[in-house]
Structures are given as structure tokens and as C-alpha cells.
Design a protein around this ligand. Structure first.
Ligand code: TLP
Length: 345
């Protein structure tokens, strides 16, 4: 039986090369700063992103949380999108743990925030109001369909933020996908932001971990917060070893995931009862809805697909997300297209 798991690129298992590197990894106690493999990964990531320093964290969520708590004090406000991962899917950590208030602006369909709306959202110097401190962006944008923003957009927001004494954090969980789609080095994508988190454990295939990058001073603060959150790891070099392979040999191939996502979208277009989101697939995600012509419920559709060995993410009423990654090949794409042909029967 086939197992085509398109629920997310988080389901990726480490490659044989990663497992090998994990076995051989030189390790030490990272809480003492003595794990050579973690140190190497952090330096490599910071260099690739053009930032002074990097911090290895167990998850993207902890990377974003540590960053936002490092930028903001209790009672400060962060401007973010109403479809941002940091707003929707991180358990409200910034307010629960940091007392940080959020101002949610509508994400445009491409995942961007309108500069005019940001301008209007900045608080007056008035004791009734929280202090606007930070703008949080996301690239690629998950809930907006895996869409990406070009560096000029990020630069425009950052220029405005910096002129107004605000910092900008980028949730770049899939920033390497964004860079691939733009055909630009990742450094150019994050040049203007003050801090950025990216994930090693999505399209880059490492089993665990994300990196937060920023200035030396910022990373020193975030390092303390990571410890407060319980994210100080010991012989984490075992995990970092896979992260190094992720950065050295998995970035180039992301274009294959994007090509397969486009191929999947093109194949599904033949079915009149499948409504693909406009612009899908911009990167490695395909978002679609199934029309009422198909009488099955969301659950029944998922289960019909599963019976054929295809797993997809249900993200709403008859609405699905399919994410391509390293463990999905051309045959899996064809099999998935065929499986969608069965849901009408
Ligand atoms: N996203 C997951 C789910 O949480 C939705 C997925 O399957 O896509 N930022 C973005 C943009 C993300 O998509 C995710 C994970 C994270 C941050 C958090 O990363 P982790 O799961 O490592 O905490």
C-alpha cells in the first residue's frame, strides 16, 4: 500500500546522509556553549542569512516566541497578520508567557500586510494604549497558500518600521522556499529584518530544530529567554549535525518540491469539482476546495483518500492543503491526482 503523506513538510524524516552525520557528530554540553556541532550550525546559519549570530532552538514556535519576547516588554504590542502562524498556531504564547499584546491586521491574499494599515495601527503616545514595539511578518506565508514576498516588500516595511523606532521579526519558517521561488540568495530575503526564524525540520528535512538569527546583542537576549522556556539543550550536536546537512545539501533541491507542487495543481485542475486557490502553487503548497458536487463531508473525503494511501491536511470545510517535500516523488504526484479522481464516485 502506498504512503503518500502530503499533510505537511514537517512529516519529513531525516535522509540517510543525515542519520550518518548524526551518528558521527562531535558533541558537548551546549548549555555551557561547548557543543562544537551546534556552534558550527549556528555560525553557518548566521553566515548564510547575513546576520551576526544564530541560536539553535528546538522548534519554529520557540524561535518566534524567543524573538518576540526579546524584542518586547510586557504590555508592548506587536503588529501581525490575522492569518499569521504566530497568531493562529502558537498557542498564544506571546501573551500567555510574555504579556505581549497583539494588533492583528488583515493579511492580503498574498500574505502581505498593507503598509497603509500598519501606519494606521501604530499607537499614539498615550497612557491608555499599549506601546507599539514590533512588526512580525511571515515568508513564505502558510495560511495564505505558501505565497512568498519579494525582498523589496520586506525592505519597504522595514524602512518604515525603523524610521518609527520599531523592530521587524520575520517568521521565515520556509524562507529557503521563498528564496528559491524568487531565485535569490536567502541573505537578500532577510537583509532588512532585525531577526528571523527559519526551520530545519520542514522542507530541509532535518528531524528537529530551527534557527533564530539576528545581531549579537539580540541573540544574547534570546539565548537567556530560550533557557527560561526550557529550550537549553545539552548534547544537541546530534540534532545539529542533521541541520548542517540540511543547509549544505537540501536547499538546492527545494525547486523540485515547487515543480512537483505545480504539477500536482495542474493535474488536479482537470476535475471540475476541485477549486484550486488562485495562484496555487506558489511554492511547495497546494490549497484547494472541493465543490458541493461532491456529496462527501471533509472527513469522508480524507478517509477516501487515505484508503488509497494518500494523506492530506484538512484546513476547513471541504478545504485541503497538500504539501510537497523530499519524500514525495513524481509517482506519488500521479498517484495523488488519480486518488482525487475517486472522491466523486
Ligand atoms: N507549521 C505547521 C503547523 O503548525 C501548521 C505546518 O504543518 O505547516 N511558522 C510557520 C509559518 C509554520 O508553518 C510553522 C509550522 C511554524 C512557524 C512552527 O514550527 P514548529 O512546528 O517547528 O514549531
Amino acid at each position: 500500500m502506498k504512503n503518500v503523506d502530503l499533510r505537511s513538510d514537517t512529516v519529513t524524516r531525516p535522509t540517510p546522509e543525515m542519520r550518518e552525520a548524526m551518528c558521527r557528530a562531535d558533541v558537548g554540553d551546549d548549555v555551557y556553549g561547548e557543543d562544537p556541532t551546534v556552534n558550527k550550525l549556528q555560525e553557518l546559519a548566521a553566515t548564510m542569512l547575513g546576520k551576526e549570530a544564530g541560536l539553535f532552538v528546538p522548534s519554529g514556535t520557540m524561535g518566534n516566541l524567543s524573538a518576540m519576547l526579546a524584542h518586547c516588554q510586557r504590555g508592548d504590542e506587536v503588529i501581525l497578520g490575522n492569518k499569521a502562524h504566530t497568531f493562529l498556531y502558537e498557542s498564544g504564547g506571546i501573551s500567555a508567557l510574555g504579556g505581549v499584546h497583539s494588533c492583528q491586521l488583515p493579511n492580503q491574499s498574498d500574505g502581505s500586510l498593507a503598509l497603509e494599515e500598519i501606519k494606521n495601527a501604530i499607537r499614539a503616545d498615550d497612557p491608555h494604549q499599549p506601546i507599539t514595539r514590533l512588526i512580525a511578518l511571515e515568508n513564505t506565508h502558510n495560511r495564505c497558500g505558501g505565497t512568498y514576498q519579494v525582498p523589496a516588500y520586506t525592505q519597504e516595511i522595514c524602512d518604515f518600521a525603523h524610521l518609527n523606532g520599531l523592530a521587524v521579526h520575520l517568521d521565515g519558517a520556509r524562507i529557503f522556499n521563498a528564496a528559491t521561488a524568487c531565485g535569490m540568495p536567502v541573505k537578500a530575503m532577510v537583509d532588512s529584518v532585525d531577526s528571523v526564524t527559519f526551520c530545519l525540520s520542514k522542507g530541509l528535512c532535518a528531524p528537529v530544530g530551527s534557527i533564530l538569527c539576528g545581531s549579537n546583542e539580540f541573540i544574547r537576549k534570546a539565548h537567556r529567554i530560550r533557557k527560561q522556556l526550557g529550550g537549553g539543550m545539552r548534547q544537541a550536536g546530534i540534532l545539529a549535525a542533521a541541520g548542517i546537512i540540511a543547509l549544505e545539501s537540501m536547499v538546492e533541491r527545494l525547486k523540485d518540491d515547487h515543480a512537483r507542487a505545480r504539477c500536482l495543481a495542474d493535474g488536479l485542475r482537470q476535475y471540475p469539482y476541485i477549486i484550486l486557490d488562485n495562484g496555487t502553487a506558489a511554492t511547495n503548497m497546494v490549497f484547494l476546495s472541493v465543490s458541493d458536487e461532491v456529496k462527501h463531508s471533509t472527513r469522508q473525503i480524507s478517509s477516501l483518500l487515505e484508503k488509497q494511501g494518500v494523506r492530506v491536511g484538512a484546513v476547513g470545510e471541504k478545504r485541503f492543503r497538500l504539501v510537497t517535500h523530499y519524500w514525495i516523488d513524481d509517482e506519488d504526484i500521479n498517484h495523488t491526482i488519480e486518488a482525487f479522481g475517486m472522491i466523486k464516485k
